[in-house]
Design a protein around this ligand. Structure first.
Ligand code: ADP
Length: 722
């Protein structure tokens, strides 16, 4: 068989030096200087491993294995060839791969007698050498394959390989292969039973083999020739050839022994060296592992770094985004603030406007209503005049519209805060019944009151707003019922500490409200089926009721059927404090219905108002003096004595507050009642600080004024009960 000696490659200088050493080892081997060859190969291996050069490692193992093969140390040779192949496979060098596969094929076919595996290696070798077009390697491998097949007796498979080597021998065969070539032909023809031809080839092989120093091929030629002679029945010559085969093998074996003995030292060294190689390999694999580990660490680090960078980028982007958004928000906020300010300003202006207009309207309306009343009083014959009653009705309508608008404006601006006064609920409801008796009569209705006896007589709450709610509800019930019944029902439903929850039902059997209108009626200015001639409402009543009830933390519900009437229900929690109530009741010993004739001074710049107020006062048999300015008031008190002063607030030059202040400064302590078109809440503070004792809103119920006068003049017994 034939071994491939790979052709050295030239790269860098140091690599060149190593390759030079490899050539030196190859030369030593060809001269059978195994010790020298192995030592050099060992050096190459050392350098190669240090350089981590897989090609050079493979090459040095190839060399070491070739040495062992030459020394017939088959196992060691196979071991090192395979090691070499493992390194060679890591490279892209097909030449070394071809060489090692071929050499392993040799070992398997001719030493280990494992022809199948051996041929597989050969074919691999052939693949690589064909790839790089290495003709001499192709030639040698094909020769080996032919030999292996023939050796196995498979001449058919081996024939194409024999044909190839016969054809290309002159080009690629060379001297070293000629003996084998002849022998293989001998073997083939023997099998073909062309003994003469075969004999010629064997004799030629033997003759040529005798001329070369390497006698191994010659020995095989004798062996194969012997086989032919046997077949021919020439046993004598066959025997002689076998003897020759044996003697040549023996001498080869002997010389190998000597050589082996010579390299015991090297062998030992090699064993030692093998250990070193193992250690180095271990190191390498450890390095590989640690390299792999560090690779993993590097990869993890890169991943972590990427994640961190991505996060940073994200944070940066977010920050930018936030900054942008913040800037946008700041601008939006500024715009909002401006818009809010504008809206507030607009709303303030609106409420100012509504409030001013309402006041301005109230004063002349006071005049219209007052004068109408006066006309009716003084000219009883006009009582039936449709014009006068129309005038009166229109004036009242306008007045209630103005009051309602003012009221709703105040509620919407959250300017109403409920008061806590002690009051008699039954009295209040009865008073409402009385004051509405006119409408009741005109619609021919009857009002029934049913109060749960468990409701305490005196309760604490905002009786003014409560009355307003009941008045609105009852007057609606009366307006939308003809010839019917209106029931005012109050029931105690729950007590929680001081809070007494009273459910009110205002029930009528009037026209009723259609299902689809039942929600609408609480909206502003909604009037269902209003006729043009009917001026009985402003469409604000229920809207005010709903909002007032919200102030009481309550809601309103209704049940109604067209033609059958309507029931409105709501619950208000009033406080009940028996101790406070008892104290108050004990104080109510005042006779408010005094028959005394009081001397009243009216301070008002408006002639019509002067006239109306004077009429009201004189009608009650009180004495009345009138002045039309604050200055005049300050003068008149020096010469006359008054029991009470009715002070208009809106006066030119010196208003009611200023006048009162100066009166007090002069030491005049006469009770002053402010007469104003303003809402009480709006002026109460300034009025008190000016020294005004009470306030009455124009237009007023005369009875209310006289009640107030009486209370003021009996101040020492004055209570909260009004
Ligand atoms: P108005 O000033 O017109 O009474 P409200 O807000 O008080 O305004 O009422 C709105 C509408 O609801 C009324 O116009 C009427 O159509 C209806 N309504 C209110 N109460 C009753 C009732 N008791 N019976 C029938 N309809 C009613």
């Amino acid at each position: 068989m034939f071994s491939n000696v790979p052709i050295a490659k030239t790269d860098t200088l140091s690599r060149k030096a190593i390759l030079k050493l490899t050539s030196k080892a190859t030369n030593s081997l060809s001269e059978f200087k195994f010790e020298e060859s192995l030592t050099t190969a060992r050096l190459v291996l050392r350098y190669a491993i240090d350089r981590k050069d897989d090609y050079l490692v493979a090459k040095s193992y190839n060399m070491i294995a070739a040495n062992f093969e030459a020394m017939s140390e088959v196992d060691k040779a196979a071991f090192y060839y395979k090691k070499g192949l493992a390194y060679a496979d890591r490279t892209t060098n097909d030449s070394i791969k071809s060489s090692l596969n071929n050499n392993i094929g040799n070992i398997y076919c001719f030493e280990l007698n494992n022809l199948d595996e051996g041929v597989d290696y050969y074919k691999k070798a052939l693949e690589y050498s064909t790839k790089i077009n290495d003709s001499s390697s192709i030639y040698i491998t094909k020769m080996n394959i032919a030999w292996a097949y023939f050796y196995k007796g498979n001449f058919e498979k081996g024939k194409p390989y024999l044909d190839f080597i016969n054809k290309h021998h002159s080009n690629f065969g060379g001297k070293s292969t000629v003996v084998t070539l002849k022998m293989l032909n001998g073997m083939f023809f023997t099998n073909q039973l062309e003994f003469d031809k075969a004999e010629l080839f064997f004799k030629n092989a033997i003759k040529l083999g005798q001329g070369v120093s390497e006698k191994s091929d010659l020995s095989y030629a004798h062996q194969e020739y012997a086989k032919l002679l046997m077949k021919k029945g020439d046993y004598k010559n066959a025997y002689e050839n076998l003897l020759l085969y044996n003697s040549i093998r023996k001498s080869i074996e002997d010389s190998n022994k000597v050589k082996r003995a010579n390299i015991v030292g090297v062998n030992l060294e090699l064993d030692e060296y093998k250990r070193k190689v193992d250690t180095i390999e271990n190191e390498i694999s450890l390095q590989d592992i640690s390299l792999q580990k560090s690779r993993i660490i590097v990869v993890l680090f890169i991943i972590a770094l990427t994640v961190v960078l991505l996060l940073l980028y994200n944070v940066y982007k977010n920050n930018n985004f936030k900054k942008k958004k913040n800037a946008e928000l700041i601008i939006a906020n500024e715009k909002l603030v401006i818009a809010k300010e504008k809206a507030e300003e607009a709303s303030y202006l609106k409420s100012q406007f509504v409030s001013t207009i309402s006041h301005e309207l109230r004063t002349p309306l006071y005049g219209v209503v007052g004068i109408t009343n006066m006309l009716l009083d003084e000219h009883k014959e006009l009582a039936d005049s449709p014009y006068l009653s129309s005038l009166k009705f229109s004036a009242r309508y306008l007045l209630s519209l103005v009051n309602d608008v003012l009221q709703i404006n105040k509620i919407e601006e959250n300017r109403i805060v409920l008061e806590s006064l002690t009051f008699n609920m039954v009295d209040e409801i009865n008073m409402i019944k009385n004051s509405l008796s006119f409408i009741a009569k005109s619609h021919e209705n009857h009002i029934n009151i049913s109060i749960d006896p468990s409701i305490p007589e005196y309760l604490i709450g905002d009786k003014l707003r409560f009355s307003q709610i009941i008045i609105n509800m009852v007057s609606n019930a009366l307006k939308f019922t003809n010839n019917g019944e209106v029931n005012i029902k109050a029931d105690l439903v729950k007590i929680e500490n001081k809070a007494h929850f009273i459910e009110f039902n205002i029930q009528d059997n009037g026209v009723g409200i259609a299902e689809e209108d039942q929600e609408k009626i609480f909206e502003k200015f909604v009037q269902i089926g209003r006729k043009e001639i009917d001026y009985q409402g402003t469409g604000l009543g229920l809207s005010i009721v709903k909002r007032l009830l919200e102030l009481f933390d309550s809601t309103i519900s209704l049940k109604s059927k067209i033609g059958h009437g309507t029931t409105f229900t709501f619950t208000i929690a009033f406080d009940y404090d028996p101790i406070k109530t008892t104290e108050l009741i004990n104080k109510i010993q005042v006779d408010l219905t005094s028959n005394e004739i009081f001397n009243v001074l009216v301070v008002d710049d408006n002639k019509i108002n002067q006239l109306i107020t004077r009429k009201i006062i004189e009608k009650n048999n009180y004495k009345c003096s009138v002045v039309d300015s604050g200055m005049a008031a300050l003068e008149i008190v020096d010469t006359a004595k008054f029991d009470v002063i009715l002070m208009d607030i809106n006066m030119p030059l010196m208003n009611g507050f200023e006048t009162t202040k100066r009166l007090r400064q002069k030491g005049v302590m006469t009770p002053v009642i402010a007469l104003t078109a303003f809402d009480k809440d709006e002026i109460v503070e300034e009025a008190l600080s000016a020294g005004i004792n009470d306030i009455i809103i124009k237009p007023f119920e005369p009875a209310l004024l006289f009640k107030m006068i009486n209370q003021l003049l009996y101040k020492e017994n004055q209570t909260e009960l009004v």
